[in-house]
Design a protein around this ligand. Structure first.
Ligand SMILES: [Zn+2]
Length: 213
């Protein structure tokens, strides 16, 4: 697993660096809640990007790492945890029948808040979150009650899947440390000049003397 993970992490860092030039400083408020995926992320610490780096840049990396771990855990589940695999397949089937705006997004947008925070007195006609909740699921695909024994076996499999995710997470962090230098260098070269230019423009507009007529 270690070899494969190292290669996957290397390719994901390549893809992230290739994406960096597309990043633009946000000129409007796009997100108000803290991002649970990025705050305190061990991936960002391992890559040396937990300091003063724009959130969108961090998020594009953490999401790619999460994708790698999801793939490893899915594969392990499929091959070693039959009950959990069945349960997940059935949940997936049910979800396919509903509208899911959060699925199939580019890594830069995955896991972010779907709808902006509501402004008091300005209701939305509808939100993406509400649309997603509305999907009708036929009776034949509703979950079946499990016996106590099945529940216990499923809990064991869930614990094993968690352990697999934890192990993969540690290996991903180790592999990421190898890319610290080039990740930092890419941010300094591609992102920081844009941030500096934005701050300069901002301080210039603040310093401008008031117009006298
Ligand atoms: Zn984030």
């Amino acid at each position: 697993m270690e070899r494969t993970l190292e290669a996957l992490v290397g390719r994901a860092v390549d893809a992230w660096i290739a994406w960096l030039p597309r990043w633009k400083p946000a000129t409007h408020r796009t997100r108000t809640r803290l991002c649970r995926r990025c705050i305190g992320s061990p991936f960002l610490a391992a890559a040396g990007l937990d300091g003063d780096v724009p959130h969108a840049v961090q998020h594009a990396l953490t999401t790619r790492m999460k994708g790698i771990i999801d793939t490893v855990v899915d594969d392990y589940t499929e091959h070693n945890l039959p009950l959990l695999a069945k349960e997940l397949r059935e949940t997936e089937k049910r979800k396919e029948l509903s509208y899911r705006p959060e699925v199939g997004l580019d890594p830069e947008f995955d896991g972010l808040q779907l709808d902006p925070d509501p402004v008091p007195g300005e209701p939305f006609l509808f939100t993406l979150g509400e649309l997603a909740e509305d999907g009708g699921v036929p009776e034949s695909l509703r979950p079946i009650e499990l016996s106590e024994e099945e529940k216990q076996a499923l809990r064991t499999e869930i614990r094993l899947a968690d352990e697999c995710a934890d192990h993969a997470g540690r290996l991903v962090c180790l592999a990421l440390q190898e890319h610290r230098m080039r990740a930092r260098e890419a941010v300094q070269r591609i992102i920081e000049p844009q941030v500096d230019a934005m701050l300069d423009a901002l301080s210039e507009s603040l310093d401008m003397p008031p117009t006298r007529w």
